[in-house]
Design a protein. Structure first.
Length: 182
């Protein structure tokens, strides 16, 4: 496993996130030595669809990708739908791509990447119901446990978390990827 000491990893989510898709990657990056920060559209705390509550560290409109080495986007239908409608969250996600930084996305989390206009020409996976949305946005969608495309790590469901976590840690350890662009 890569050592991520000194790396700062942003997690962007809001209410309705898939609990394990936040907590499992969070544990993986912190176990590798990174610090994790929860960013959301509003202050306070957010609650997952299965009841996990987590305090918000920063508000999406008040932070920048400059402060972090990587971004993780948990899924959950309600979470992903609300984030893609939040302009500050969409802009923040796009910043990570413009700065060539690793991004991990799982399940429905890819919706925000469609809004950020960063999937055209990329290969990724997601929860199967996003297949048409991603293809319509110019992506190549594949049904695989984990897909890595120049710093963009994607997976389908919580069942894929072990593979997703390992690849997220690996890509963060590698640093910036020139192919990761907005």
């Amino acid at each position: 496993m890569a050592t991520l000491t000194g790396n700062r990893v942003a997690f962007l989510a809001t209410d309705g996130f898939e609990d394990s898709e936040l907590t499992s990657p969070w544990e993986a990056v912190t176990a590798a030595g990174a610090s994790a920060t929860l960013i959301a559209p509003a202050a306070g705390s957010i609650t997952g669809k299965n009841g996990h509550e987590q305090a918000v560290d920063l508000i999406s409109g008040d932070t920048s990708a400059d402060e972090f080495e990587a971004l993780v986007l948990p899924g959950g239908v309600v979470n992903a739908d609300h984030l893609r409608l939040d302009e500050a969250s969409v802009a923040l996600a796009k910043e990570f791509f413009a700065q060539h930084k690793p991004v991990g996305v799982i399940c429905h989390g890819a919706w925000i990447l469609i809004e950020a206009d960063v999937v055209d020409g990329r290969t990724l996976t997601s929860y199967p119901s996003l297949k048409t949305d991603l293809r319509n946005a110019g992506a190549t969608w594949v049904d695989e446990e984990v897909v890595v495309d120049a710093g963009l790590v994607s997976s389908r469901t919580p069942d894929d978390l072990p593979a997703f976590n390992a690849k997220v840690v690996e890509e963060i350890g590698e640093g910036r990827h020139e192919g990761q662009t907005a």
